[in-house]
Design a protein around this ligand. Structure first.
Ligand SMILES: Cc1cc2nc3c(=O)[nH]c(=O)nc-3n(C[C@H](O)[C@H](O)[C@H](O)COP(=O)(O)O)c2cc1C
Length: 197
């Protein structure tokens, strides 16, 4: 397979790390939805599994001179992605600390890559968290797609137990997810990677 034939890799980042998080079934639903979109290879990157320590690198991440095996492994994971979707909660009117810590760990690995944001929470639907996240992504030179996906009352849309929990999206969530995926595919096409169906 030539580079031109390769389908771009979309990584779906599960930002919440707490036991029982609703972000995990939301991310699994979005991964399946993204696979059906058929423009991407899709991989879930779960920050609970990545399990980074609180940032403890001696040098600025833009230099890429990492000292910790955990940072080196996370760098290799993120470097192979062409685009991202971040599934993130709203905590205290912003996004969660584990996500900021993960973003701060790296630099070049994020840069120049499209990113879609699926925020969720209660009545505010994660929208304040998404808005707080945008300038951080711009500082990392990422390319956020305009179609963000706010998911209100997300916990009420998750049913089942444990590994079998499923997220059932409202029609407007599904429409938002499609717009976000189309936005990523469009940017990848503009950047010279396929991603257009
Ligand atoms: C520390 C904390 C702070 C929260 N703050 C907000 C908030 O400001 N706005 C909101 O809509 N929901 C808030 N919530 C509710 C979360 O959005 C809801 O619990 C959601 O399920 C969290 O995502 P998670 O289950 O994937 O961790 C908060 C939850 C926690 C644990």
């Amino acid at each position: 397979m030539t580079e031109a034939d390769r389908r771009p890799l979309l990584q779906i980042i599960v930002a919440s790390t707490r036991p029982g998080r609703v972000g995990e079934p939301i991310a699994r639903w979005f991964a399946e939805y993204a696979r059906e979109h058929d423009a991407f290879e899709v991989e879930i990157v779960d920050l609970a599994d990545v399990d980074l320590p609180m940032f403890a690198e001696p040098e600025h991440p833009r230099l890429g001179r990492y000292t910790l095996d955990s940072t080196k492994a996370f760098s290799a994971t993120v470097a192979r992605a062409d685009a991202f979707a971040i599934v993130h909660p709203e905590y205290n009117h912003s996004y969660n600390a584990a996500l900021k810590n993960a973003l701060d760990h790296l630099n070049q690995e994020w840069a120049g890559k499209p990113v879609a944001l699926l925020g969720y929470g209660g009545v505010a639907a994660g929208a304040r968290a998404t808005e707080a996240l945008l300038p951080v992504l711009l500082a990392l030179r990422m390319v956020p797609v305009p179609a963000t996906v706010p998911i209100p009352f997300a916990a009420q849309k998750v049913s089942g137990e444990g590994e079998a929990r499923t997220f059932t999206p409202a029609p407007e969530t599904e429409a938002g997810a499609k717009a976000a995926l189309d936005g990523i595919a469009g940017w990848l096409s503009t950047l010279g990677l396929r991603g257009h169906r």
